[in-house]
Structure formats: structure tokens, C-alpha cells
Design a protein around this ligand. Structure first.
Ligand code: ADP
Ligand code: MG
Length: 696
């Protein structure tokens, strides 16, 4: 393996200096091979041009035209405007975040090639923040001859353009490498599962030619995708087998529970538990009595009351003088849980601490000390902080909330964190249902509890679907519900990959509502605010100082404001069903409330978007929603958000690709007996750190 150029650090690649290197690290790219396995999340077709007269609002397109007007203007804030024509019509371009140099480059008389999503503005067509290339018409650049890959950029500041070039340079290295000398390819071939080598599959996946079957690619049924999907599934199956074996050699603290203690805890709650909650609490307590480490998934629809179930388990630990942690995907959620726990346990003498990215150094030092000494019994925090910094005296239970993280990577992480032969019990809470067959195959030793009952007095949220053109009427509705003492969310969805556009949409929605109504107090949260700004707005909303919270998908998981009764989602046609369901679950959490959800759409609804909207109107049952979701997705619809059923997968999707599991199982059983191949697979698909443990 020594001479394998794919193992070289990424900064050996042309175009990667120290700055870019650190941005690449943020998306997990340290070596050339990591870049190759960052797989496109979608593709753009930039191989052809559309005439302006043929543009359809809401659809991606590429056009080319002459710049006939361009200016910086101030519609309340600095913005850029340009107009272009290709002889068949006119198109307006607007930028809200731009440099002087960018504005200047739009010189009248030059040509520009744009890629973006067009929208109607009055009777004109316009596009916000397209990607573009300006040129002199004498030197017209050639069109792309392959589909253009779009990668997930995560929190990295790198641009798509740059990342594409870097990955392209990495692909060139494939030929010099010994990737195809390995036995994995041969095993695929021998078992007649795929005759594509990993090299060939990667080349196709990053730059599919337009002669490739684009529909198959969109449906993840192209042979190159199949090759990669099965390989990833194999890796996970092997990972599960290895980690299960390790877990079997380990023990957890056996924690006896005290019924009286729980009964007195229930008495302190401001509500009585549902039967389902009571049953699931018992199931968990029974598990924790065992010295076999628990791995239990609690499935319960949004609002079914999962938090209190976790609280009961953590209380039992604390009363046995053992520590537990609750891990949350966001700080907002961690703080919310912290407040609830502090209230619920106020009559108990238990030290509870909150740890997020915001925790000051001094305070952290104190917490750290008390975690090490065992004085702090319950820690609530964000996953990332916990992973990096925490060391505890006798951690016995880890609860993971709404994070979709119970895959192989997390198993190895947990094994790595645990001391000697003692592993904490693990509890995962999720609103996403996972079909039983999948749970059995790929999660093997995960037991499942269901909270299949809602707290009493919850009325289903009534959902309606409306064209964006009618949104003026909504302001009146906002005024009515707020004058009755309720509150509303106004949600602006992510536009493609562009975070700044998302923010811009939210800002203009806030301005628009404030202008239309003098009576409403409108707040705004989005990802560009810093944490304390975000928190103070959310706090104002929680305490009722704000009537309408305009937001981006920041609020998606877990946020609990019992007074909120109206959820308005702009461009709802862009979101997947389960995401819509999650968002709708933010309202109607108070008792006997008549809550509503309005799904706004732009342009004309496509057939599949229409079936999603219909499903939302028809039911509020998360299990039904997810069934319908699978049916729709089965018919070829692939949305940006992957639902991998609890694993962070690069390409495979357990629901979509379930039919490949048999092949994957067959190959996994063959490959698991060769340590070299296992190591290669783990490194590729799970990551370096985990590899170390797996190889032990
Ligand atoms: P989720 O399952 O979505 O995490 P939460 O745990 O956030 O749900 O609970 C949603 C809301 O319902 C919270 O305000 C919580 O206090 C409340 N709640 C939980 N259990 C009950 C119950 N049995 N009766 C009434 N309200 C409850
Ligand atoms: Mg929750």
C-alpha cells in the first residue's frame, strides 16, 4: 500500500494550500481517497442551453445572453441588478451578497452564462444568485460535456467550483493508484454482483456522461451507484458484526430501579404519563438492570413525549450514584432539555449541568472537574462538544436525542470512549420510524420501543396548501391568531446549497410581514446570527415577546413552544415529507389547541410534490407519513435530504436500497475473513479513527 497515491495528504493535490486544506478538513477530507469518496448529492445538467422564452419557474436551467443593463441599487439594503437577453426574452439577475468587483464584471455588451432556478417576479422572470460565467462572445467557453456534480459543503466555506476542481484532480490520481488490484473488486465479480471496478464506478459517479442513463442516475439505479451502494452496505454490515462481537465482551453497570422513586418523580410532573410512556420507561429500566449493555431505540412521533422517558432513565442512574448524559443535535434543544430537567428534578438533590459550544472556559473547568469526580450526575449537551471534551467518572447511560446517529461510526466512537471493559447503556430517541426488517438486518442488536400514543388533548394540526400568490391573506390570519394570544412560525426553506440565499429569503419575509402589519411583533432567526443573538430571539419567542418567528430550518428538530398554533412554510414543495412532518410538529403542542399548518408553493406543483402535499393534508400520523414517503420515493423521487434510517451513509439509503441487502450480506460474509480488505473498507466508508479500533 505504501506507494498508493490515494493515501497522500490532500494538500499534495494541485490547488490545495493551507487555507483550502483546513476547509476540506471540515468535510472530512484529509487524504486524496477521502475526496474520492465524497460522493455527489445531486447533478446539474450544464451540457445544454435553454432559451429564455422556454424557461419554467421553479426549474433549474442554463441560459446564455448579453448583458444589457447592470447596477447597484438600494431597496432598503445594498443589492445588485442586471438584465440579460438572448433575443427570445429578458431575464433579471439579482445578487444580495456581492463584491464591488463582481458588480463591475457584469459589463454591458459582454455575455454571461447562468445556471440557476428562475422565478416569477410580477410579469418578469428573474433569478437570484445564479452561478455564472462572464465572457466576451468572441471567446465563448465550451459547454460541459458531462453532468456537473454537486457536493454537500456542510460547514465548509469552500465553493462548489473549487471543490469540483480538486476532486477532478484527485480522480486523475486514480489511474496511478493500485485501487483496482484489490480483492474487493474480484469478490464482486466472482459473486456476479457487479463487474465494475471501484475505480470505474468512482469515475462515473463524479462525472457521469450525458450518454449515461440520467434517469437511472437520478433513481440511484445506475450500475456505478449500485457498485458503491453495495460496498457501503457491506462495510456497515461488517462493522456491525465486529462491534457486536466487541460489545459482547463488555459489560455495563447493572442499575436496579426503584419503583417508588419513579412514582414520586411522576408526581412532580405537570402532567400524567400516557400508558405508552409508562410502558417504554419500564422496558428501559428492565434493560438497565442487565449487565449486558443496552442498545435501545425509542420511536415516537413528534410531540409524543420522548424527553420525559429519557429523564426517568437518567434519574434512576443518578439515584444509583452513576452518571448519564443526554446528547442533542442543537444548542437550542440542549437548553430546552436542561430547563425541563431542572424543573422536573427540582425537588431532587441532583447536580445537572449544561454543556454547549457556548459554555465559558471557567465554567467548563468547573464542570469538567465535577464530571471527573462524579459530583455532576447528569450532563446535557451537544454531541460535538461531548465527543471532543468530556471525560466522566462513571458514565453509565448515554441518551442520543433526534440525531439519526446509531450507525457503525457511533458504535466505534462509543467503544473508544468507554473505559476498560465497561460500556454505558445507550438509548436513542427518534421520530423517524425504521421498518422492522431493516432494524433486524442492519442494526442487529438494537431493540425497539414505541411510544404509539399521543398525550391527551392534542388535536391534529389542520394542514392546507396554497399558492405563494395568495400569501397576502396570511397576514390577517397571523393577526387574528396572535390577538388570541397564540404564536406562529414563518419558515423560509433552504434554496439549493446557498445558505446566504436562505438567510436573504428570511430577512425579506420578515420585512414584508412587518410592513404589512404594524400590530405584529416579528422576530427572525437564521444561521448567520451568532449564538447569543439566536438565543435571545428564541427566548423572546418562548416568553411571548415575539408573535411571529420568521426562521430558516434552524428550528427543525425538537423545539417545543406550546403556545405556537400556526406554522407557515414557504416553498414547501422543496421539502421532503418527513421534514415537513417534523416542522409541522412544532405547532399544536399545547392542550386543546386548534393548530394549523399552511404549505405555500411557488409556481406550478409537480406531480410528486402534489402527492406530498396531499399526504400532509390527509394525515398527521408519522408512521403513515413515512409509509407514504417510501412509496413516493420508490417511484423515483429523490430529494436532497437523505433518510438513511439512522446511519450516516455516503451513498446508500437503507429504505431505498433495502433490495441490495441480500447481496451485501453475501459479500460481507466473504470479506469479513480478510483483515486487509476489512481495513480498506472501514477506512473508505467509516473513517480513519474507527479503522484503528476495528483493526485491533
Ligand atoms: P418529543 O417526543 O417530540 O420529543 P417532547 O418530549 O418534547 O416530545 O414533548 C412534547 C410536549 O409534550 C412537551 O411540552 C412535554 O412537556 C409534553 N408532554 C410530554 N408528555 C406528556 C403527557 N403525558 N401529557 C401531556 N403533555 C406531555
Ligand atoms: Mg424531542
Amino acid at each position: 500500500m505504501e506507494n498508493n497515491s490515494l493515501n497522500s495528504p490532500i494538500d499534495k493535490i494541485k490547488g490545495v494550500g493551507p487555507k483550502i486544506k483546513s476547509q476540506l478538513e471540515k468535510i472530512g477530507i484529509n487524504f486524496v481517497e477521502d475526496a474520492l469518496f465524497l460522493l455527489p448529492k445531486s447533478y446539474e445538467n450544464r451540457t445544454k442551453l435553454t432559451q429564455i422564452k422556454d424557461l419554467v419557474p421553479g426549474q433549474p436551467f442554463q441560459v446564455e445572453g448579453e448583458i444589457i443593463e447592470s447596477k447597484i441599487y438600494y431597496p432598503g439594503r445594498r443589492a445588485f441588478f442586471a438584465r440579460i437577453t438572448d433575443g427570445t426574452g429578458f431575464l433579471q439577475v439579482r445578487l444580495f451578497f456581492f463584491s464591488q468587483q463582481q458588480a463591475k464584471s457584469f459589463e454591458k455588451g459582454l455575455s454571461v452564462r447562468l445556471y440557476g432556478v428562475v422565478r416569477n417576479s410580477g410579469n418578469k422572470l428573474e433569478v437570484f444568485h445564479p452561478s455564472y460565467k462572464i465572457f466576451n462572445s468572441k471567446f465563448r467557453p465550451p459547454l460541459d460535456d458531462t453532468l456537473t456534480p454537486v457536493y454537500s459543503l456542510g460547514s465548509s466555506k469552500i465553493t462548489q467550483y473549487r471543490l469540483r476542481n480538486i476532486i477532478k484532480n484527485c480522480i486523475e490520481k486514480i489511474n496511478e493508484s493500485n485501487l483496482n488490484e484489490e480483492n474487493i473488486d474480484k469478490t464482486f465479480l466472482n459473486e456476479k454482483i457487479s463487474n465494475l471496478s471501484i475505480k470505474e464506478a468512482l469515475k462515473i459517479i463524479h462525472n457521469p456522461s450525458i450518454d449515461d442513463d440520467i434517469i437511472k442516475i437520478k433513481q440511484f439505479e445506475h450500475p456505478a451507484q449500485k457498485r458503491l451502494i453495495i460496498e457501503e452496505l457491506i462495510t456497515n454490515l461488517i462493522g456491525v458484526k465486529i462491534s457486536t462481537k466487541k460489545v459482547d465482551e463488555m459489560k455495563a453497570a447493572s442499575i436496579n430501579y426503584n419503583k417508588e422513586l419513579l412514582i414520586s418523580f411522576y408526581k412532580c410532573l405537570p402532567f400524567s404519563l400516557t400508558n405508552a410512556q409508562g410502558r417504554v420507561i419500564e422496558e428501559i429500566q428492565e434493560d438497565m438492570k442487565n449487565s449486558r449493555p443496552m442498545r435501545r431505540l425509542v420511536q415516537g412521533d413528534v410531540g409524543s413525549g420522548k424527553t420525559v422517558v429519557a429523564a426517568a432513565a437518567m434519574l434512576t442512574c443518578a439515584k444509583s450514584d452513576l452518571q448519564s448524559v443526554l446528547l442533542c443535535p442543537t444548542e437550542v434543544l440542549a437548553e430546552q432539555h436542561f430547563k425541563n430537567f431542572s424543573m422536573w428534578f427540582s425537588s431532587e438533590n441532583i447536580e445537572i449541568k449544561l454543556l454547549t459550544g457556548k459554555t465559558k472556559k471557567k465554567e467548563w473547568e468547573k464542570i469538567d472537574q465535577n464530571l471527573r469526580s462524579g459530583k455532576t450526575k447528569i450532563l446535557i449537551g451537544t454531541h460535538s462538544v461531548f465527543q471532543e471534551r468530556v471525560s466522566m467518572k462513571n458514565l453509565s447511560l448515554v441518551v442520543v436525542d433526534e440525531q439519526q446517529r446509531f450507525g457503525v461510526r457511533q458504535r466505534f466512537e462509543m467503544l473508544q470512549k468507554s473505559k476498560e471493559k465497561l460500556l454505558p447503556h445507550q438509548l436513542f430517541m427518534t421520530a423517524t420510524p425504521i421498518p422492522r426488517t431493516l432494524a433486524m438486518t442492519i442494526f442487529a442488536d438494537l431493540s425497539v420501543s414505541k411510544i404509539d400514543e399521543m398525550p391527551p388533548g392534542r388535536n391534529p394540526v389542520i394542514t392546507s396548501v396554497m399558492s405563494n400568490d395568495k400569501k397576502d391573506d396570511l397576514v390577517k390570519r397571523l393577526e387574528i391568531i396572535c390577538s388570541e394570544g397564540n404564536q406562529a412560525f414563518w419558515l423560509c426553506t433552504m434554496i439549493e446549497e446557498s445558505e446566504s440565499l436562505d438567510v436573504q429569503a428570511a430577512e425579506s419575509a420578515k420585512d414584508w410581514i412587518s410592513k404589512k402589519s404594524k400590530n405584529l411583533k416579528v422576530g427572525l432567526v437564521h444561521s448567520k446570527l451568532n449564538k447569543s443573538q439566536k438565543d435571545s430571539v428564541i427566548e423572546d419567542f418562548r416568553t411571548g415577546k415575539i408573535d411571529v418567528l420568521v426562521c430558516t430550518t434552524v428550528i427543525e428538530v425538537g423545539m417545543d413552544v406550546p403556545n405556537a398554533s400556526l406554522m407557515i412554510i414557504e416553498n414547501a414543495e422543496r421539502l421532503g415529507l418527513s421534514q415537513l412532518h417534523q416542522l409541522r410538529g412544532r405547532v399544536g403542542r399545547g392542550p386543546d389547541m386548534n393548530a394549523h399548518c399552511v404549505l405555500l408553493y411557488q409556481g406550478k406543483l409537480g406531480e410528486l410534490a402534489e402527492s406530498r402535499m396531499a399526504a400532509m393534508k390527509e394525515t398527521t400520523d408519522g408512521f403513515k407519513i413515512s409509509e407514504i414517503d417510501m412509496k413516493i420515493r420508490g417511484s423515483g423521487e429523490i430529494l436532497g435530504t437523505k433518510q438513511s434510517g439512522g446511519m450516516e451513509l455516503k451513498i446508500a439509503d437503507l429504505m431505498r436500497d433495502a433490495h441490495h441487502l441480500d447481496s451485501a450480506e453475501k459479500l460481507a460474509n466473504i470479506l469479513i475473513s480478510s483483515p486487509n480488505e476489512v481495513e480498506i473498507l472501514m477506512k473508505r466508508w467509516v473513517g480513519n479513527k474507527q479503522n484503528l479500533i476495528a483493526a485491533q
